[in-house]
Design a protein around this ligand. Structure first.
Ligand SMILES: Cc1cc2nc3c(=O)[nH]c(=O)nc-3n(C[C@H](O)[C@H](O)[C@H](O)COP(=O)(O)O)c2cc1C
Length: 395
């Protein structure tokens, strides 16, 4: 695991390699956030404001990073999160990243905007493939995806709750990277300046026929077609807890809600018999100005109690950050950009490298705080600042 051929010694290195390889518009798509990117930056800044409390004089020579989640033992406290358009970032990106996750023994989440259908992903262990679905305005499109997830025996169904309305990403209007993708002079020049991606990814698709969002019903998800039917992509602004209750009756396996960030919604989710929630703000890509995921974690953990598994994502670029979240009560951490940068840099090898680096860093940080197991981590291993003070002048 973790090819040494990829010259990256941390996730920041992988980000630099990704920046070099991808056209600027595509790199911005994966790295940037909504509007003023307050939440994007706050995810990172809040993690930096939490400090580890180091206990010493403990035998940490034999560390075990495994966790239990939905009845499975996972070797690492990590889930590879859904990052739409991974297939644009690298040729057959979803296949490459799924292989890396499965090789590391952790679940991979494939989503509505995958170029490879869930059923076509390699899976020695189908229960390690999680399927993410956006609530869509067209419930037939939503139901189709649920059926396909059931047919493919997905290990968990993940419903993204933080995107009732399409987010505002102004940088995409500036850089011309929008769906359906229409080439402009700017995007053509940008692409020509990145021949590795142009030849290795774009041309390969072009030769075999441009891909579509393969988890959507036939006729939908034609992102390279000028007059494409995009109705299946419209968000379900009217999607409510009633839809979740109905889904709970239909889906017998683990049901996970992604994008829960308050104690109120955590309690409602538990009342609906949900198995897990992901405290998330979509990596700062949805509602700008909302609270950092790590800052929302304590109240959600408190409200959830033992009723459901609480996971968290947003800004986890270091193993020590993951250790902080585990100490604060998260069962596992979902990573988005970390493995995606790896994928962009070097496909399967790069995504594997990202997971290798996370594992090394978690192991080191756990040992240095004096913990041999994930279960041994607790609130006494972190110093968490009291609630962020209101800015001066705030009424
Ligand atoms: C390029 C990109 C595409 C994403 N696409 C989706 C998506 O289709 N559905 C979804 O629920 N979340 C999506 N997310 C959000 C991630 O699942 C995750 O919440 C977020 O990336 C976590 O933050 P991190 O990137 O800082 O680790 C996407 C994130 C990125 C960076």
């Amino acid at each position: 695991m973790g090819s040494k051929r990829v010259p990256a010694y941390n996730i920041h290195d992988l980000e630099r390699l990704a920046r070099r390889r991808l056209p600027h518009g595509l790199f911005e798509f994966i790295t940037r956030g909504a509007e003023d990117e307050i939440t994007l930056h706050e995810n990172l800044a809040s993690l930096k404001r939490i400090f580890l409390r180091q206990r010493v004089g403990i035998d940490v020579s034999d560390r075990d990073l495994s966790i239990e989640l939905f009845g499975q033992r996972l070797p690492l406290p990590i889930i590879v999160g859904v990052t739409g358009l991974s297939g644009m970032v690298h040729y057959r990106g979803e296949v490459e990243i799924a292989r890396a996750a499965l090789r590391a023994g952790v679940p991979y989440t494939v989503g509505s905007t995958s170029f490879t259908a869930l059923a076509d992903l390699p899976a020695e262990r189908r229960d390690k493939l999680w399927c993410q679905i956006y609530p869509t305005k067209r419930r037939d499109v939503f139901d189709y995806q649920v059926e396909k997830a059931a047919e493919a025996r997905a290990g968990a169904l993940v419903i993204t709750m933080d995107s009732a309305i399409a987010s505002n990403r102004e940088y995409m209007r500036h850089n011309g990277f929008n769906i359906p993708i229409k080439p402009t002079l700017r995007t053509v020049i940008d692409t020509l300046a990145h021949p590795g991606w142009l030849i290795g990814t774009y041309l390969r698709y072009w030769l075999e026929g441009m891909p579509r969002f393969a988890n959507l019903p036939p006729g939908h998800g034609q992102l390279f077609k000028k007059d494409a039917d995009v109705t299946g992509l419209a968000f379900g602004e009217d999607f409510t807890w009633q839809d979740i209750a109905e889904l709970r009756r239909r889906w017998p396996g683990p049901l996970v809600l992604k994008g829960i960030s308050t104690r109120e919604d955590a309690a409602i989710a538990a009342d609906h018999g949900i198995d897990g929630i992901i405290v998330s703000n979509h990596g700062g890509r949805s509602l700008d100005g909302c609270v950092a995921s790590i800052a929302a974690l304590p109240e959600v953990v408190d409200a959830a109690g033992e009723r459901l598994a609480v996971m968290v994502d947003g800004g986890f670029l270091r193993g020590s950050d993951i250790v902080k979240a585990l100490a604060m009560g998260a069962r596992a951490v979902m990573v988005g950009r970390g493995t995606l940068y790896g994928l962009a840099a070097a496909g399967y090898e790069g995504a594997s490298r990202a997971l290798f680096l996370y594992r090394e860093e978690i192991s080191r940080a756990m040992g240095l705080v004096g913990c041999r197991t994930v279960a041994a981590l607790g609130p006494n291993h972190v110093t968490v600042p009291s609630a962020t003070a209101m800015p001066s002048g705030w009424r």
